[in-house]
Design a protein around this ligand. Structure first.
Ligand code: NAD
Length: 443
């Protein structure tokens, strides 16, 4: 099919590439001319495992094209995806300005029927707003063109995005038109071969499904962080508790890892946006508020441990940080717990030497040149001249380090394990003090 995708970020670029990979003719549009120029040259603006070879191969075969020319991209399409950002507004609601700009652009250019598919995460009722924006533009130029608007929320995970897109565990489609459902069934047929993955529903339910999924996952994380904090107070080890409860299939092992709090471009903003939606409909979402409050406190947890260890005297100290991305296998630092830690360390007068396998460029972009930050290109280089090591992101490369080398490098033999990736006995056996999250003896 002929597909156009507005927005070449994590969602748009991966979706466009995977649709091209199965033979569709895909045009990706972005307002960021620099991004489009880089993609044209075969440079991938984000780090996403497996994406680069797929983009290059499909670009070379002509199945995947990049442009800033929205009009020609709309003329090309049978199906038009909206995959632009929906960042939080000041009041926590989702900012729909990019989505509605695209809708107006579609209305201003549409010359024949197309199915408009909203893939951005948007509040309930947005499909109606998109439909109205397109219709208003069509009416303004006296054009009589039919179109459908469908909700098709995206569930890919950064770091696994290509695999999630090629082998989705579900494809949620919210639609009220048989013509649109047919088009999406055809488009998704290559990803829906072994068993039925398409979950058809009405548009509003599809819009809410995305928020419900992210709010549920955020709730699991905050729940476990709360248990970790209780474990710390009562002298229990949350890692043993985690295994003890995960073995119950009603609970399961997934997403019950305590840590330094959730971050990223989705959970924080989506929990806030769902809270906002609830309040706009006169419902007080008490659980969601608690999920957020626990997370905000958890993001400050590592600093609290470091500060307590050094008796509040952090001025002039240097702290080594392993991991800046909000999770492994991505370079994304949006709302990352590392940012909270760094800001707190700097405010307390400490310097930071940081290493991340992929996010150094992003960190340099966010923080710029500053005397109290050294971005290292090797993980052990971050330890040079440092007083302590803090693990913030659980990259695989950090899991079995040379603890003797860490002890020999650090001024003070102490490790703060913000993701509980180490066996405390192994760390202590090397002569290092160990602090984890909710592991009893951290107090
Ligand atoms: P992103 O910020 O990485 O990319 C958005 C892109 O849209 C940018 O390149 C921007 O330049 C472009 N854009 C903005 N206005 C435009 C316009 N008028 N025309 C064309 N392009 C325009 O965002 P993302 O992470 O890909 O997320 C996109 C949406 O998908 C959001 O609603 C997000 O909540 C949702 N989502 C994200 C993920 C994720 O893991 N990142 C997962 C599921 C859903």
């Amino acid at each position: 099919m002929r597909v156009t995708i507005f927005g070449t970020g994590y969602v748009g670029l991966v979706t466009g590439t995977c649709l091209a990979e199965v033979g569709n003719d895909v045009v990706c549009v972005d307002v960021d001319a620099n991004k489009i120029a880089r993609l044209e040259r075969g440079e991938i603006p984000i780090y996403e495992p497996g994406l680069e070879p797929l983009v290059r191969a499909n670009h070379a075969s002509g199945h995947l094209r990049f442009t800033t020319d929205a009009a020609s991209a709309i003329a090309h399409a049978q199906v038009i995806f909206i995959a632009v950002g929906t960042p939080p507004d000041e009041d926590g609601s989702a900012d729909l300005s990019h989505v509605l700009t695209v809708a107006r652009t579609i209305g201003a250019n549409l010359a024949r029927h197309a199915v408009v598919v909203n893939k951005s995460t948007v509040p309930v009722g947005t499909a109606d707003a998109v439909r109205a924006a397109i219709a208003a533009e069509l009416a303004a130029r006296g054009a009589n063109v039919e179109f459908d608007v469908v909700s098709n929320p995206e569930f890919l995970k950064e770091g696994d995005a290509v695999q999630d897109c090629l082998r989705p565990d579900r494809i949620v489609i919210g639609a009220d038109s048989a013509r649109a459902i047919d088009a999406l069934r055809t488009l998704y047929a290559p990803f829906n071969r072994n068993h039925e993955r398409i979950v058809l529903m009405d548009v509003r339910s599809a819009e809410l499904t995305k928020y419900a999924a992210n709010a549920m996952l955020a709730t699991k994380i905050s729940f476990m962080n709360e248990i970790a904090n209780i474990a710390e107070q009562v002298g229990a080890d949350v890692e043993q508790v985690r295994k003890g409860i995960g073995s119950d299939p009603r609970i399961g092992y997934h997403f019950i890892y305590p840590g330094a709090g959730y971050g990223g471009s989705c959970f924080p903003k989506d929990v806030k946006a769902l809270e906002h939606t609830a309040r706009a409909h006169a419902y007080e979402p008490r659980l969601l508020s608690a999920v957020e409050a626990v997370n905000a406190a958890q993001k400050r947890k590592l600093f609290a441990l470091v500060e307590r260890h050094f008796g509040g005297a952090l001025r002039g100290r240097t702290i080594a940080v392993w991991g800046l991305a909000f999770k492994p296998n991505t370079d994304d630092m949006r709302e990352a717990p590392s940012r909270t830690l760094l800001e707190q360390l700097w405010a307390a007068g400490a310097k930071v030497r940081a290493y991340d396998p992929e996010a150094a460029g992003e960190a340099a972009r966010i923080f710029g040149e500053r005397a109290d930050l050294v971005l290292c290109d090797q993980q052990y280089a971050a330890l040079e001249g440092a007083d302590a090591l803090v693990i913030v992101t659980e990259w695989k490369a950090f899991r079995s380090p040379d603890f003797e080398r860490i002890r020999a490098s650090l001024g003070h033999a102490v490790v703060f394990d913000g993701r509980n990736i180490f066996d405390p006995k192994a760390v202590e056996g090397a002569g290092l003090a160990y602090y984890g999250i909710g592991r009893g003896r951290s107090i």
